[in-house]
Design a binder for this molecule. Structure first.
Ligand SMILES: *Cc1c(COP(=O)(O)O)cnc(C)c1O
Length: 456
């Protein structure tokens, strides 16, 4: 009885939805979320408030509404400035696309294209053919195929070649990468039987030889992307594994993951095994990602022998893993950059890798000059990373702006994350560091504006 009574009282005291809708602080969400969504958020907040005793004041309700709208706004995919220093940050969307890739998406995505239409013959064509010639020209492999991502590429290969049969993998390569991709589990799901050989630290060619049976479908090599085994170790050189496969007539497949198409040594980094290396070693099929060291859109690329790629193309599973026109447009445009001398400069990842410390320092100094003294901004040495599971142990010299805002780095970082555009840095020893290597020079003005706005 009491409860009913207080419920009726609250209902009478709850302000109307339109009163909140008229608040400028609420109205500014209409553009991002739509008026109906804003109304729904207000109604939801008021519904919740009805069960609270005592009934919240108007100001508290308004704060609750804005909190709700803000949570809803940040649920959407939003532009985010990456000042973490991690170049291929999977949580922040991995590789930023090159301008020609964006242009290609705009040109072909905003209208029609010859996606599956052969313009020469006037008949049905293949979407996969749009990037095949580029991939074979760059990698030297006879044929290529593109699917949704590298995980899908590995799944397709295993499903095609090893279903109900045996796949031999060395124990030092039974990888788990982020996001739940575990090689042993993917093998199991594809219906292949995993045959482990060697020890965690030492694997020899004879281990593979001994495990061969008439039911062996493939020899699988995987790139230890995100970890290293060091010390008392032995590995089988890929070209020896490839030669063994040829000798016994069993395909050798490599899950390369990172998929560098250029030698990173040119950027002062350790040599990372390239796709061309794997092809040259005689690997029959190499799988790699489009949005790691290639610097393109999310995609899984397989390059390899014509016979093997033809079998992948015939697998009905391909239909479920196929890429859309935007991916093909962006990938094609990105790959074309590899075929011109100054093309790499256009790929944001390689521009980041190539930026000099001097250049970063002078940009950082400009930030410091423009920021109010209370942020305690100064230029510091930093170390960036490639990320995305690539070169996990390699630190890349970089420059950051260090901030010691009043109220603490954590609270300030939280405000920056909710800014427009959002800005994400990293916290080290109580200071907020903004690493310049992952911030494009075109974003400098936006960063300074975001910092100024966050102080207010
Ligand atoms: C990153 C990676 C994958 C997964 O690639 P996605 O494109 O994210 O699916 C698979 N294998 C290796 C070795 C990797 O490094």
């Amino acid at each position: 009885m009491n409860l009913l009574g207080s419920g009726r009282e609250s209902l009478a005291a709850i302000p109307a939805v339109h009163r909140f809708l008229d608040e400028p602080a609420v109205r500014r969400y209409e553009f991002a979320l739509g008026r109906e969504n804003v109304k729904r958020a207000i109604a939801g907040e008021l519904d919740d408030a009805r069960s609270r005793v005592p009934l919240p004041e108007y100001e508290a309700l308004l704060a609750g509404v804005i909190d709700r709208l803000e949570r809803e706004r940040t649920q959407a995919l939003l532009e985010t400035i990456n000042a973490t220093g991690v170049m291929l940050h999977t949580n922040l969307g991995r590789a930023p696309l090159a301008v020609p890739a964006l242009e290609a998406v705009r040109r072909t995505g905003g209208g029609y294209s010859n996606l599956e239409f052969d313009l020469q013959a006037g008949t049905r064509g293949s979407r996969y053919a749009r990037v095949t010639a580029l991939l074979t020209a760059i990698t030297g492999a006879p044929d290529a195929l593109v699917v949704n991502n590298c995980a899908a590429a590995v799944l397709l290969i295993l499903d095609t070649l090893a279903k109900g049969r045996e796949a031999i993998v060395a124990r030092n390569q039974l990888i788990e990468i982020g996001g739940g991709f575990r090689l042993p589990d993917v093998l199991e799901r594809s219906g292949a039987r995993l045959v482990e050989v060697g020890a965690t630290n030492k694997v020899y060619l004879r281990d593979y030889e001994r495990a061969l049976t008439p039911n062996t479908a493939l020899l699988l090599r995987s790139h230890p992307s995100n970890y290293r085994i060091s010390g008392f170790t032995h590995d089988v050189p890929p070209e020896e594994l490839a030669a063994l496969g040829k000798r016994v007539g069993v395909p050798v497949v490599e899950d390369l993951g990172s998929g560098a198409l250029v030698d990173l040594a040119a950027y002062g980094l350790p040599h990372e095994r390239t796709v061309q290396d794997a092809v040259r070693d005689g690997i029959d099929a190499v799988a790699f990602s489009g949005d790691k060291l290639l610097g393109g859109p999310q995609a899984g690329i397989v390059v390899g022998t014509a016979a093997l790629i033809a079998r992948l193309r015939d697998n009905p599973l391909l239909r479920a893993l196929r890429v859309d026109k935007s991916t093909i447009a962006a990938l094609g445009a990105t790959l074309r950059l590899y075929l011109s001398a100054e093309g790499l400069e256009a790929i944001p990842l390689y521009r980041m890798l190539g930026a000099s410390q001097r250049e970063l320092r002078s940009r950082a100094q400009r930030y410091v000059d423009e920021l109010p003294a209370l942020l305690g901004a100064c230029v510091v040495e930093s170390s960036a990373r490639v990320g995305g599971g690539c070169l996990p142990e390699t630190e890349i010299a970089s420059i950051a702006v260090s901030l010691r805002p009043p109220g603490g780095a954590d609270a300030f970082a939280a405000r920056l994350r909710r800014g427009e555009p959002a800005l994400v840095g990293r916290i080290e020893n109580g200071a907020l560091l903004l690493d310049l290597r992952t911030v494009a020079p075109e974003q400098d003005a936006a960063v300074v504006t975001a910092l100024q706005a966050a102080i207010r």
